[in-house]
Ligand binder design. Structure first.
Ligand code: ZN
Length: 416
């Protein structure tokens, strides 16, 4: 790997992340949710940094913070660089924010270089990627992508405040949120830099990766029904124990997931009636199933469902399935992904390619324009959504060089 010279933009980006980490609704931890006073403050700070980098700034009708640097002539379509400014509870300081700060530094570098690009550059700091406040994720990026649903105005937070009321208190017009939607012809594409949130790059000893796709997920509420009975009085040949049936299925989920390269997680399980001396009559559990390709995920689900039917038939149990969430995998635009790989080659001759196991704003943005992502190694085993989230200055420097080079590679493909 080629050594890089000192880069003032790296130190500044890291200082900005430290500053953002202090804008929290909690005294000793980081939490910054959508449409809150902290959101307003983070947007204002970010807007100031965007202007220092030479951008015109505005906050859109959904509360996304936007900035724009014109290309070689005014009003050209924009290549959008972005990520999110909101956080989970007790968050780290790099998830989302790092991508926004790197985007600002890329714009600053390109403006200072005097290069004029065949498109405008826009930076977006999305609100509400995490869904921390209203329980529904990607609200800012879905508004941006033109897939906002006014039904979300009725979502409520922990205190019972509706999204519509929170938007009004923030200074937005709830009826106008859908106007944040952009048209495909205004956009060249979307590039996002983000920490990996997993251990692959750390284990491989590599700083950066290009992303091939963002996982598609399906979530199920699953119920096994048997018959409750006295723990002592019900002999084994008469038991219809729903929890033991569920346990067999849970173990099979892990086996099928490992065999098929998918990820299956049972995060919640409950037995009813739930007495220590009662054979469980009902077991309910959740399943989160994700994969790089939808067919792979659906194939794994088919095997799990068939196995569950067989177990339940053998044990005299009932099996019912409710699917409550489904998002198909989003594949990166091949030309934009190639530009990201070309960018990474300025610091690593053989860029790794990963699929993202976590969701990102790009999933929503893909509804309006092509997307690609740059992943950056995070330390401590890749821990994220946790205050121990960490990156090295060296890796941030590599990411900034690669992200800038990726933007220039897109410009070259546009005859720039
Ligand atoms: Zn994130």
């Amino acid at each position: 790997m080629k050594p890089t010279l000192a880069a003032p933009g790296v130190d500044r980006a890291l200082a900005h992340l430290d500053e953002l980490a202090r804008i929290s609704s909690l005294p000793d931890a980081l939490e910054r949710v959508s449409l809150s006073p902290e959101h307003k403050l983070a947007n204002a700070l970010t807007a100031g940094w965007m202007r220092e980098a030479g951008m015109e700034t505005w906050q859109d009708q959904a509360g996304n913070q936007c900035g724009r640097l014109e290309g070689r002539e005014p009003d050209l379509p924009a290549l959008v660089l972005g990520s999110h400014l909101d956080t989970v509870k007790d968050a780290g300081r790099y998830d989302g924010m790092l991508g926004v700060m790197l985007a600002i530094e890329v714009v600053d570098r390109i403006r200072r270089s005097g290069r004029s690009l065949p498109f405008a550059l826009e930076v977006v700091g999305f609100t509400d990627e995490e869904g921390t406040r209203f329980g529904t994720a990607l609200l800012g990026s879905r508004a941006f992508a033109g897939t906002w649903d006014d039904a979300w105005l009725g979502l409520t937070d922990r205190k019972g405040t509706t999204l519509a009321d929170a938007a009004r208190a923030f200074g937005l017009d709830p009826a106008a949120i859908r106007e944040a939607g952009r048209r495909p012809e205004e956009l060249v594409g979307y590039l996002e830099a983000h920490i990996e949130q997993g251990p692959y790059l750390e284990d491989a000893g590599r700083p950066l990766a290009a992303v091939s796709s963002i996982a598609g997920a399906r979530r199920f509420a699953l119920t096994v029904t048997g018959r409750a009975g006295h723990a002592g009085g019900t002999p084994y040949d008469r038991r219809r124990d729903a929890l033991v049936g569920a346990a067999e299925i849970v173990v099979e989920i892990e086996r099928v997931a490992k065999e098929t390269g998918t990820i299956g997680t049972v995060g919640r399980i409950r037995a009813f009636p739930g007495g220590v001396n009662v054979v469980p009559g009902t077991a309910r559990f959740s399943l989160d199933l994700r994969a790089e390709f939808d067919e792979q995920r659906d194939g794994a689900w088919g095997r799990i469902d068939a196995f569950a039917r067989e177990v339940c038939a053998r044990r005299g149990l009932g099996w019912s399935v409710e699917e409550f969430y489904r998002a198909d995998a989003v594949h990166c635009d091949p030309a934009l992904q190639a530009a990201i790989e070309e960018g990474i080659r300025t610091v690593d001759p053989d860029p790794p390619v990963l699929w993202s196991r976590a969701g990102h704003d790009g999933m929503a943005v893909a509804a309006v324009t092509g997307i690609a992502m740059l992943f950056l190694r995070c330390g401590n085993g890749g821990i994220s959504h946790h205050p121990d989230e960490t990156v090295t200055t060296e890796d941030v420097r590599a990411a900034l060089d690669a992200f800038e080079a990726a933007v220039l590679a897109v410009a070259d493909r546009h005859g720039g």
